[in-house]
Design a protein around this ligand. Sequence first.
Ligand code: CS2
Length: 480
Amino acid sequence: MVSSLPRLTRPEGPRPGVGIVHLGLGAFFRAHGAIYVADAMRVSGGDWGIVGVSLVRPDQRDRLAPQGFAYTALELGPEGETPRVVDVIDDMLVAREDPALVVARMADPAVRIVSLTVTEKGYCHDPATGRLNFGHPDIVHDLASPAAPRSAPGFLVAALARRRAAGTAPFTVLCCDNLPENGSTVRGVVLELAGASDPGLAAWIAAEAAFPCTMVDRIVPATKPEDIERVGRLTGRLDLSPVMHEPFRQWVVEEHFVGGARPDLGAVGVQLVRDVRGFEAMKLRMLNGTHSALAYLGYLAGHETIAATVADPVFAAFARRLWAAEIAPTLVPPEGEDLGAYAEALLARYRNPGIRHRTWQIAMDGSQKLPQRLLGTLADNAASGRPCPGLMLAVAAWMVYVGGRDEAGAEIDVRDPLAARLRVLSDGAPDPAGKVAALLGVAEVFPPAFAALRDDLASAYAGLVAHGARAAVEALAGPA
Ligand code: CS2
């Protein structure tokens, strides 16, 4: 038992000033952006300490506060594990407890960047169109109580309004979520929300603030109780909030910051570019697209993790088929990238036995993820007349998954903001064709043109139900 070990404490040493507020301080940012920022300060200095914010729950703050907000990042490589203590988090706030304090910290002139990992659903937008959902309960709330917001867009607007009133320059909004053209998407929702109450504020934000697009990449599974044990045994310290990550990391950022103010990210391997779109499309479609495909199909076939899924040669062959025949043909590789090599590197990353990334975790929030991961690729293939049975099978697997029963008839714990509605639609239809038609009617997810794919999706769905996910994958990918 590691609970008797001394608690991890913050290492002694000079403490940089705070320059960043991060909304949604979860495992991913702590294993990715925070480490880059720590590295950049180590190389080039600067006051880029981070105030982390949890929007709703206090548990992360409660685990980190007794450790002085320091935590262990454990790199899990095929050849072993390497721990490192990260001490770049200066403080952590829980927005639901004191929203005004969060707005005040974001409005501090010393803060030059507000970064975000609030997950796809945290932007309260409509995933099919990218527009703000004015019917979202948190947006309704934030329009009524703008000084005590609940949503991430609400906090951004409240803090930018405060800065404008105080004559302070806006901050750079650095979105680190897997959204298409993430900076532009967040800019759009912020301008819509600001414009609804104060068009002058929206015009000021549009003219003065910066919303660089970014591509973020590192596989960081949710921390599990056994990870706390593992880190304790390895380091001799009790850390209640370590993060587990693979060795690989990539961050491509559009070079567009208010006043040019940012940590020296270029010195530590961040690619600062003029246009992120090619990198982003490659990553969202090649990595996240196959992640989601393997998550739904792998889950239905009874696999707990991505590594277990691709250990089955039928699934590895299926991923390769998706990359080569259905995803890569829709992409223009960014300069310096070779899509074939990128795909092989992804498969090696998925196989990393140290990373226990649950299919169930990746399957979460599919309604928010499908458009940028699978549906855009599918639409591009359809427009070029290229058949894409693998992508069809993946979307059909999502449809089976949100129906809430696995192949053994057991209940699936579907986590998705639309879960209840999706279940009602699925349960209300008698057969695969009816279920597919009903789900294709969810306009937040599927553009109207997808109605034309109904028959193909229905036969993929019927195949999954009749033969099971593994057999359906094998039928496409060839025998193991
Ligand atoms: C995953 C991503 O959970 C998911 O949906 O596909 O978190 C993925 O691990 C990262 O985007 C990798 O960079």
